[in-house]
Write a protein that binds this ligand. Structure first.
Ligand code: HEC
Length: 193
C-alpha cells in the first residue's frame, strides 16, 4: 500500500517537472521565433511619374517585405522626407488627383514595414497638363469636334468663360473642372484667340 502511494507521488512529481520544463522551453521558443522577422527594407527603385490633366500617376518596383509605401511630394525640386507632403499607405500604381495645372511636381517614395521606413527612392518629376490641345480633347471635343475643325467660332478666354457661365449647350459643369489657367491654355489652341 505504502509502496504504491510513493510510486503515484513519484509519477505525479515527474509529470509536474516535465510540464514546467515544457512550458518554459515552449515560451522561449515562441519569443525567439518572432523577434528576427522584421529586417530593414531596401529603397524603392524605378520610380516614375506621369502627368495628366489635373492628375499624376506614380509607379515603382515592389520592395520585398514591404507592407505599404509612403509618398512625399513637393513643387520644389530636391524633395525629402521632411520637406515633402506625405501620402501614407500607398501602393503602386498610385493616382494623385486634384492638383494644379502647369505645375511641376517632385516625388520620392519609401517602403514601410514593422522594422520601419526604408531610405527614399531617387526623385521623379512630372508636369501636370501644360497641354491646351490635350485639355481641349478631354473637355471640349465631345461637343465641338476635333480641334482642327472645331465648331467654336470665337475661342477667346473671355468667350469661353462667358459660354461656361451662361451654361451654353450645357457647358456649365466645366466651371468646376477648368481653372482660369487651363481656359487660357485651351484658348491658345483655338481660332480667334
Ligand atoms: C456638352 C457639350 C459642350 C461641351 C463639353 C463644350 N461645349 Fe462649348 N458650346 C456647346 C454648345 C451647344 C454651344 C452653343 C453653340 C452655339 O451657340 O452656336 C457652345 C458654345 C461655346 C462657345 C461660344 C460660341 C462660339 O462658338 O464661340 C465657346 C467659346 C465654347 N463653347 C467653348 C467651349 C470650350 C473651350 C469647351 C471645352 C473647355 C467647350 N466649349 C465645351 C457645347 C459644349
Amino acid at each position: 500500500m505504502r509502496t504504491t502511494l510513493e510510486k503515484v507521488w513519484g509519477a505525479l512529481l515527474l509529470a509536474t517537472v516535465l510540464a514546467i520544463a515544457g512550458c518554459g522551453s515552449g515560451g522561449t521558443g515562441g519569443a525567439a521565433a518572432s523577434a528576427p522577422a522584421a529586417t530593414q527594407l531596401a529603397a524603392p527603385s524605378a520610380l516614375a511619374a506621369t502627368g495628366g490633366i489635373n492628375k499624376v500617376t506614380l509607379s515603382w518596383d515592389q520592395v520585398v517585405g514591404a507592407d505599404y509605401y509612403n509618398i512625399y511630394w513637393s513643387t520644389n525640386p530636391g524633395v525629402t522626407k521632411t520637406s515633402g507632403q506625405k501620402i501614407t499607405t500607398a501602393t503602386s500604381p498610385y493616382l494623385q488627383t486634384g492638383i494644379t495645372v502647369s505645375q511641376t511636381y517632385y516625388y520620392i517614395v519609401t517602403a514601410v514595414n514593422d522594422a520601419g521606413e526604408s531610405a527614399p527612392s531617387s526623385q521623379a518629376a512630372t508636369v501636370v497638363a501644360t497641354d491646351g490641345a490635350g485639355l481641349y480633347q478631354n473637355y471640349c471635343a465631345n461637343c465641338h469636334g476635333p480641334i482642327a475643325t472645331t465648331s467654336i467660332k470665337e475661342g477667346t478666354p473671355d468667350n469661353i468663360r462667358a459660354a461656361i457661365a451662361a451654361d451654353r449647350g450645357g457647358m456649365g459643369w466645366l466651371s468646376s473642372f477648368l481653372s482660369s489657367q487651363q481656359i487660357d491654355l485651351i484658348a491658345q489652341q483655338l481660332p480667334c484667340h
